[in-house]
Write a protein that binds this ligand. Structure first.
Ligand SMILES: NC(=O)C1=CN([C@@H]2O[C@H](COP(=O)(O)OP(=O)(O)OC[C@H]3O[C@@H](n4cnc5c(N)ncnc54)[C@H](O)[C@@H]3O)[C@@H](O)[C@H]2O)C=CC1
Ligand SMILES: O=C(O)[C@@H]1CCC=N1
Length: 280
């Protein structure tokens, strides 16, 4: 599973892999005991090394046959371009009922199933806020994984990072990737830009950063508080003919922020599709 037995192997303990593992290891989320985890990575990232040290998780540069024989779930979090080639050699080593979850952007179930024929595979797209349980992921199962029991096993791996949504049409994964997978970076860029503007208008760098960060973080918290949808919350800030309206008018000039976001999501989805066709 996770469930109760077998090892959970994290193949690729880099940025996103360690973000997921942080959720698995959070005591309050009570997910996977450290002794059931193995990080498989020839060069694990700093965050993964720190997690492993803190919780006593073993790290291996590659899975050996004895370890592979104990694996009940494997999460592949390596680069999309190497996902197929890293998974294929494991096919002969893994037990038949292993669940494989790939989080590689763009890599379709068809490529994953070619590397691991006949196996239960879930393709998922989490995001980095998952490291603190505030992410969201979207998943799609191949035919072999399309049972309530296997979906539940996949959810146990993804839920510590945030809610798990399922889609049936895999093609939608490209836009999902462009919105929630890449989306945190858009928000961070916005935050950087807000801080830079504050500094340009005369605030110290420290105060500019603090105002930008707390404004974005607080607004994010309001968005999930149930107090209103994004448009309602925006209207609550916007006094008639006031400062916010002046700022929003500037953001809407030309094709404006909505047009820019539309282009960003389209470009990221296009890149996801391209990465998918490169992996076929
Ligand atoms: N960073 C993000 O926000 C998100 C990333 N993803 C996906 O997660 C995957 C990983 O992305 P990042 O964590 O950002 O990249 P990363 O470069 O931080 O991590 C990749 C890890 O794979 C390891 N690796 C290389 N060869 C290996 C092998 N043969 N066996 C095991 N591990 C090996 C590397 O040493 C590295 O630690 C990608 O496929 C990406 O599309 C998905 C959702 C969000
Ligand atoms: O930039 C990327 O390709 C990965 C997928 C979504 C977030 N990071």
């Amino acid at each position: 599973m996770p469930g109760t037995s077998g090892l959970v192997a994290l193949l690729g303990a880099g940025r996103m892999g360690s973000a997921l593992a942080a959720g698995w290891l959070k005591k309050s989320r009570n997910q996977i005991a450290p002794e059931r985890l193995i990080f498989v990575d020839p060069r694990p990232g700093e965050a993964a090394r720190a997690l492993a040290e803190r919780h006593g998780v073993r790290i291996a540069p590659a899975l050996d046959t004895a370890q592979a024989d104990q694996v009940s779930a494997l999460v592949a979090a390596v680069k999309p371009s190497m996902t197929g080639e890293v998974l294929a050699p494991l096919n002969a080593m893994l037990k038949p009922d292993v669940l494989v979850v790939s989080i590689a952007a763009g890599v379709p179930l068809r490529s994953l199933s070619r590397a691991l024929p006949g196996r239960a595979i879930v393709r998922a797209m989490p995001n980095t806020p998952g490291a603190i349980g505030k992410g969201i992921s979207v998943s799609v199962a191949n035919e072999a994984a399309d049972t309530p029991e296997i979906r539940q096993r996949a959810e146990q791996l993804l839920k510590p990072a945030g809610p798990v949504e399922w889609i049936e049409d895999e093609r939608l994964m490209d836009v999902v990737t462009a919105v929630s997978g890449s989306g945190p970076a858009y928000v961070f860029l916005f935050t950087e830009a807000l801080a830079a503007a504050a500094e340009a208008e005369g605030l110290t760098r420290e105060l500019a950063q603090e105002l930008a960060i707390r404004t974005v973080a607080g607004s994010g918290a309001l968005l999930t508080s149930g107090m209103g949808d994004p448009a309602e919350l925006r209207r609550m800030v916007t006094s008639p003919n006031g400062t916010t309206q002046a700022g929003l008018d500037a953001l809407m000039g030309g094709s404006g922020l909505p047009g820019l976001i539309r282009n960003a999501v389209a470009a990221a989805a296009r890149r996801s599709r391209q990465m998918g066709s490169d992996s076929l």
